[in-house]
Design a binder for this molecule. Structure first.
Ligand code: UN1
Length: 512
């Protein structure tokens, strides 16, 4: 089997067989049973990882609590310096980490490297931000008084992530959480534990080189019972959860019950509207990358194309032709466009979705199917497919994490916008048009109801400078750019009286 240099990268990243699993800084707290991480690319065992149990959990929390008391007093720009150093290390490890992401998760090497680039970008962003954690100052209604607001660290932030972005989502959260003075505990997906251990190993170097407390960054490789503890634990102030709407609903209500804070990044059901005034060359590339990139396993993957009737047949034919040229195979091989799904369970979901779609009346323009034989031994490779559907089909309303693209025809833009909005999710959306009126209507308050709305680019590939997240069943959370840092801090309003009298607000008289 061709190795693509993966063994070397695993070594560089400190991933060995019988890896110790959960760690807080350089300390390991993993005394549970071992799980195995297999690559969906070639089906091989990459390494074993020890899980943490409830005792380990308590140790990790204790270590985080201790570290917080220290870290919150480090000046924010100095915390920024730590994040700057992480960004530097990520530059050094970019090739190795990108390769591991590609090998353990299955996305193309290009996208694996892109994910590490996203980590570097958020580090750079956070460094600048560490000198800009601004609050307002206000004028008091009372003479000789001053008011202002400031932002303070929260405490322990837990980050629960999905397999599809096995490193970047950690960085989006940690880079901000740390410059804001928090400590973090990461529970990665059990499907991509090695990516998490590699990140933690990199951060450990930074912590050690700066003589910082180990509990600033912890990784907890564990099953869902520990995930449940992270959600219920009062000592954890903010839970940042990325995953399914089903689990997110539970996380949201459990955290709210104890008045904790949460950031939710749940499912998407993203559409591109292709107007009669679209640049079709661009639209085809945008749609194909959006639908088959990461094998359709991004939250922002393009799931629906809403196409004007006058260009519908042309778009359909050109898509079919483009799909005919897609090369499916080992994601580490740079000649391939599409890698595998994450595991066999995901393949089952893909097959079920196709079956359901057909049952509801969907007509397949490009047929799907599971690939077998040489180079497909892992059983995780599937054919990207395209079906003509109605938006109202149950399967179309549902997010299937696979490369299945649905085509829907429209007559008026108002109708297209209504179709685009008529799903439970509200993450990403786009319109392809060269018509200013159409673009502006799409972006207006009568337009897309999503957290992300694009013109003449696809639904995936958001940059870290913007706030990332969505409405409705996507959960309402925002991550990464803009003023998202405020989620990671607590706001305090301060009123200072510098006179010798005590006037009460609202003119209330109270004499003794
Ligand atoms: C996700 O799919 O969970 O916009 C995140 C994108 C990436 C992030 C996706 N920057 O596709």
């Amino acid at each position: 089997i061709k190795d693509f240099g993966i063994e070397k990268s695993l070594q560089n990243l400190g991933i060995k067989d019988e890896n110790k699993g959960t760690s807080t800084g350089g300390k390991f707290f993993a005394s549970g049973k071992s799980i195995e991480s297999y690559s969906p690319a070639d089906g091989r065992l990459i390494a074993k990882v020890k899980l943490s149990n409830e005792k380990d959990y308590d140790k990790v929390i204790e270590s985080a609590q201790k570290a917080f008391l220290e870290f919150r007093t480090v000046p924010a720009p100095k915390r920024g310096e730590i994040v700057r150093q992480l960004g530097q290390k990520l530059r050094e490890y970019k090739d190795d980490l990108g390769k591991l992401v590609s090998y353990e998760m299955g996305k193309s090497l290009q996208e694996g490297l892109g994910e590490v680039q996203e980590m570097i970008d958020i580090c750079d962003f956070a460094v600048g931000l560490s000198r800009q954690l601004h609050g307002y100052t206000m004028h008091s209604e009372r003479p000789g008084h001053r008011m202002y607001e400031q932002y303070h660290p929260l405490g322990i932030v837990s980050i629960i992530t999905a397999f599809n972005f096995p490193v970047a989502v950690w960085a989006w959260n940690t880079a901000l959480a740390w410059i804001c003075g928090n400590v973090t505990i990461w529970k990665p997906s059990e499907k991509t534990p090695l990516c998490a251990i590699a990140c933690q190993n990199i951060m450990n170097e930074v912590l050690a080189e700066n003589n910082l407390s180990e509990g600033i960054s912890s990784v907890l490789v564990a099953d869902h019972t520990i995930g449940q503890k992270l959600v219920d634990d009062k000592r954890i102030t903010l839970v940042s959860f990325t995953g399914s709407t089903r689990v997110g609903r539970m996380v949201s209500s459990k955290v709210a019950e104890r008045f904790g804070k949460s950031i939710l990044e749940l499912g998407g059901n993203n559409a591109i509207i292709i107007s009669k005034d679209a640049d079709l060359d661009m639209s085809i590339i945008g749609a194909v990358f959006g639908a088959v990139g990461t094998a359709g396993q991004r939250c922002t993957s393009t799931r629906r194309l809403i196409i004007h009737e006058s260009v519908y047949d042309e778009v359909k034919n050109r898509l079919a032709k483009a799909y005919g040229q897609l090369k499916i195979g080992n994601p580490l091989d740079e000649n391939m466009h599409v890698g595998p799904l994450i595991d066999v369970e995901a393949v089952n979901q893909y097959e079920l979705a196709i079956e359901k779609c057909k049952k509801e009346g969907g007509k397949f323009v490009v047929e799907g199917g599971v690939l077998k034989g040489k180079d497909y031994e892992s059983g995780c490779y599937v054919k990207p497919c395209i079906a003509e559907v109605k938006n109202s089909y149950e399967i179309v309303q549902h997010e299937t994490f696979a490369p299945i693209l649905y085509l829907i025809k429209y007559k008026t833009l108002e109708e297209a916008i209504a179709i685009q909005n008529d799903v439970p999710q509200g993450l990403s959306s786009a319109i392809m048009t060269q018509n200013l009126r159409e673009a502006e209507l799409f972006l207006s308050h009568a337009g897309s109801d999503c957290g992300i709305a694009n013109v003449n680019i696809g639904t995936s590939g958001a940059e870290i400078g913007g706030a990332f997240g969505g409405e409705k069943e996507t959960g309402g959370g925002r991550e990464s750019g803009s003023d998202v840092w405020k989620y990671y801090m607590r706001r305090q309003t301060n009123t200072i009286n510098y006179t010798a009298s005590l006037p009460l607000a609202q003119g209330i008289k109270f004499d003794l």
